[in-house]
Design a protein around this ligand. Sequence first.
Ligand code: F6R
Length: 364
Amino acid sequence: DKGNHRHFMAKEIHEQPEVVGHTLAYYLDMANDRVRLPKLPFDIASLKHVAISACGTAFYAGLIGKYWFERFARLPVEIDIASEFRYREAPLEPGGLAVFVSQSGETADTLASLRYAAQHGQNILSVVNVPTSTIARESHAVMPTLAGPEIGVASTKAFTCQLAVLASLAVAAGRARGTLSEVDEQRLVAALVAAPGLMAEALKLEPQIEALARNLSKAKDVLYLGRGTSYPLALEGALKLKEISYIHAEGYAAGELKHGPIALIDETMPVIVIAPYDRIFEKTASNMQEVAARGGRIILFTDAKGAEEAGVETEATFVLPDMPATITPFAYAVLIQLLAYHTAVVMGTDVDQPRNLAKSVTVE
Ligand code: F6R
């Protein structure tokens, strides 16, 4: 049932404040701003290494998770696309943690990676949306995402619920390892508790995004840029756009611009910049200036301070409230999803069932 929405994808985008809230409530003690994970069959405090593996959008959630594990828990994380991990014969020290992120829990490459890690003595933890899935069954520990059934082929609410789980786990690991104090934990949990409200704020920008989608639908190629946790979001924004609107898009780390993609910049190519005002904003602002100097069309997702400090003319600027850096991926994800969705609607494509794609990829 799509409710009042034209597509399942629209419904699922709009459900996010609620389902991310449910997922957070499952892992956090919201009244006391503390993490409260279900009991895990291994000791987080003694882990030395984390390997994350997933496909597509779930891989991008894992990539954001890597930034959090490293920052909060000072745990080294390697992350691979599952189709690479399963064949590259990575040396894994026994006793490490291997994390598999999957909405369906049936993705063939992710499952094969899980089996490889299990054979090599890893603790297997999966972040899945389908608790009865094969990946869940073969894991030593399961941290479910409480997104509810996701019908649209393009993943939206599963992605932000994966972020909720990974953030909770990273904070728990930081506490267990002593890299976060109790006050740090409370500050981070309070930030996470605020995420659903900020996602609701992002949804309010929908009419403006819908207006921009008409212009974007005329583009042949679109570039997405971001730094830090906004870099995986740039990758995710480009994936969402190409899979449902069939417009070619690429996501890049903003710092890579001058190592190649800047050659593409001209008056016809929209450059979507995801840049909340943070400690590396200035770096992204100078990338925007490089784009502007070459006549590029900039579409900026930022906050009030970022809009003020960007120092460039943009085709459109979308301004979200200020928020702690930890939760920007939740709110900015909503914007990139809405942009892909409305562009696809303008193009008239089959949003919920894009050509050539299946919801669950059970063959490699
Ligand atoms: C993109 C998308 C895919 C999936 C990928 C992994 O919108 O939906 O990229 O994220 O096929 O699927 P799961 O999460 O089921 O393992």
